[in-house]
Design a protein around this ligand. Structure first.
Ligand SMILES: *Cc1c(COP(=O)(O)O)cnc(C)c1O
Length: 389
């Protein structure tokens, strides 16, 4: 039979191709060190795992969860938002638990967009903003993020034509893949812009806790009146090394959360209660673990940046996220350089153009590689570049 036309528009999933390439190398006996996928290597903190084990044994946690999440989880999310950002959110209707923010982001598009509508999507970016838009039958208008522009979108450069059909603006700071962070003034501008043009502002704040050199990432909801136009996506995945657990939440604009909730109640049945209660443990009690992880990522970042600079390669150290966005040497494309490093050093970097055409000329290095492997990669790269440079 013929499957849906919307699938014809979906390109092959980037990381499936990458996994295949790395698997080929491994099959040839190469000990590949991959800086590809951004998946924390350090285990989930013990306190969170212990709480899961306790809650998993309670029969009352075994049935279908509530569609809108456990009141305990919503209250814990609201407490965390207040403690961390000083914002007051009604846990009753301004927090919506998600089975990971990826589904929330994709479903937000389904809740907000019709065919003919436009979503404003920065690029390079996390692929789900554009893919969710596409699966909703709508179109992405891509806004390039450039080094010269500090990897912030030029909102004033969007044509009135596009704006008249636009419904939604995606932003994401600390940013994947560029590692850029955004100051409060940018969030103020974005809120004002969305208010003026009647857009939903959707901020993906998955890396809010992973910032360096003393920078503290804001929430868009700190902007006066932001809940009129904005929703923000938070995830426990990167913050607490919980990518496999599938627990996150959206917060902010009530109408947007209600629309998203309507999609979700018809598609999924919520997060395992024991996982939500483990999430409460994380949000309420695991600040020390966050601090420890940020220290680890900052150490790896500094190791890489200093290696590169010793090779005469000046890199802007990222202000946040778990990535280094590295300009490739003259004469290389992103894909060409990625392949070169894989062939010569058995080290894998993701080609930047995989996140959008403006990523051409860059590769992304994920800092989720254990310290001893970072050191080994550094040693191999030094050898390769000594002979090539
Ligand atoms: C990893 C990541 C997420 C988190 O996804 P989950 O589904 O919550 O695991 C969201 N946004 C970006 C930009 C990411 O890199």
């Amino acid at each position: 039979m013929r499957y849906s036309r919307r699938l014809d528009r979906v390109p092959p999933y980037l990381f499936a191709q990458i996994d295949r390439k790395i698997a080929e190398k491994k099959a040839q006996g190469v000990d590949v060190i991959s800086f590809g996928v951004g998946d924390p290597d350090v285990p989930t903190p013990d306190a969170i795992v212990d709480r899961l084990c306790i809650e998993a044994r309670k029969p009352e946690n075994h049935q279908y969860p509530s569609y809108f999440g456990l009141p305990e989880f919503r209250a814990s999310a609201a407490r965390w938002l207040e403690r961390r950002f000083g914002i007051k959110i009604d846990p009753g209707c301004e927090v919506l638990p998600l089975m990971g923010s990826k589904e929330g982001i994709a479903h937000m598009a389904l809740a907000a967009l019709d065919p003919g509508d436009i979503a404003l999507v920065p690029e390079p970016s996390y692929p789900v903003y554009a893919m969710g838009t596409l699966l909703a039958g709508a179109e992405s208008h891509f806004i390039p993020l450039t080094a010269d522009g500090g990897f912030l979108p030029d909102l004033d450069g969007i044509s009135p034509d596009v704006l008249s059909r636009a419904k939604l603006l995606w932003i994401n700071y600390p940013n994947n893949p560029t590692g850029a962070v955004a100051p409060m003034e940018f969030f103020e501008r974005a809120v004002e812009f969305c208010r003026r043009h009647d857009l939903l502002l959707a901020h993906d704040n998955a890396y809010s806790e992973i910032t360096f050199d003393g920078f503290v990432a804001p929430s868009v909801l700190q902007v006066q009146g932001a809940t009129d136009v904005a929703v923000e996506f938070h995830s426990l995945s990167k913050t607490f090394n919980m990518t496999g657990w599938r627990v996150a939440f959206a917060c902010g604009n009530y109408a947007a959360l209600e629309a998203l909730g309507t999609i979700k109640t018809n598609i999924d049945s919520g997060i395992f209660n024991a996982v939500q209660l483990a999430g409460v443990e994380a949000l309420d009690n695991c600040q020390d673990d966050i601090d420890r992880m940020v220290g680890i990522y900052q150490g790896r970042r500094d190791l890489m940046v200093s290696l590169l600079s010793s090779l005469g390669w000046e890199v802007e150290p990222p202000g946040g996220s778990i990535y280094i966005w590295l300009p490739v040497p003259e004469g290389f494309t992103s894909a060409g350089f990625s392949e070169h490093v894989l062939d010569r050093a058995g080290v894998f970097f993701t080609p930047g153009n995989a996140y959008g055409p403006s990523g051409e000329g860059f590769v992304r290095l994920s800092l989720t590689v254990p310290d001893d492997r970072v050191e080994e990669a550094v040693r191999r790269l030094r050898e390769v570049f000594k002979s090539d440079w």
